[in-house]
Design a protein around this ligand. Sequence first.
Ligand SMILES: NC(=O)c1ccc[n+]([C@@H]2O[C@H](COP(=O)([O-])OP(=O)(O)OC[C@H]3O[C@@H](n4cnc5c(N)ncnc54)[C@H](OP(=O)(O)O)[C@@H]3O)[C@@H](O)[C@H]2O)c1
Length: 258
Amino acid sequence: MALKRILITGASSGIGREMALLLAKEKHQIAITGRREEALRETAEQIEQAGGKALVLVGDTTDPKIVARHYGEIKDQWGGLDWAILNAGISLRNDGTEFSAAIYKKTFETNVFGAAYWLEAIIPDMVKAQSGTIAGIASLAGFVGLPRSGAYSSSKSALMVLLESLRVDLAASKISVVTICPGFIKSEMTDKNDPRDMVFVLDAETGAKKIIQAIEKKKRLFYFPWPLAIPMTWILPNLPRGVYDFIARRALKRRLKK
Ligand SMILES: NC(=O)c1ccc[n+]([C@@H]2O[C@H](COP(=O)([O-])OP(=O)(O)OC[C@H]3O[C@@H](n4cnc5c(N)ncnc54)[C@H](OP(=O)(O)O)[C@@H]3O)[C@@H](O)[C@H]2O)c1
């Protein structure tokens, strides 16, 4: 792969960090973001040890001024970006009986607006350059409203639909848009899950490898692993909603009993 200038948001842990370390082996320039400075510096050290070049950008992706400043730093140092991997995200549980708009707001501010601020910053230069690849990390959870995960599921749905629209808009400017929908991957985000719920779980390095391959191939929509993707993307969304409710309620009851 030719040397690239790559942004990975949310690279202080989990999938983002693993993607950065894999891409570093190919000597790319990698800008990494997140709120935890120490964790980012550790990732940066590992990037440099692996042969890549790291640019550490510490700050909250829910603040458009910070995102604009971060892109300014990338532009000053590298002139622009070849790839932008919009990966930063959070997952907060909320049972509908205790519905919290604040949880939805926080989730959308991070998972949707956090990506949107970056898109606003990077797209004009990619359009000028008539090149670039934008990848968004959505989730298989975006295909259905999972119980107690309404905020997360709906934010990932919003991100998927946003990226789909953008993919068509940007095609004439030779910019590729890749939507990635992983299943369960071991990370800080999923450490709080009951391991018995994590069906077909992958380690973060395997997940990161699959994501990078999909971005290299400029896949429009990539979901994995297939044993979970088939029910999540195809069976569950197409069932009569009464049947979906029955299955989802039984799964929830089982989870609560554990
Ligand atoms: N793990 C899974 O099973 C799974 C499945 C499908 C999709 N995904 C998606 O994959 C992405 C990465 O998740 P992960 O599993 O690797 O979890 P993770 O280890 O918790 O990583 C999340 C990353 O996002 C960053 N982040 C969160 N809020 C931020 C904010 N306000 N500003 C800046 N950075 C922020 C975190 O950095 P700081 O804490 O340092 O800010 C961290 O680097 C997420 O979008 C997630 O929804 C994960």
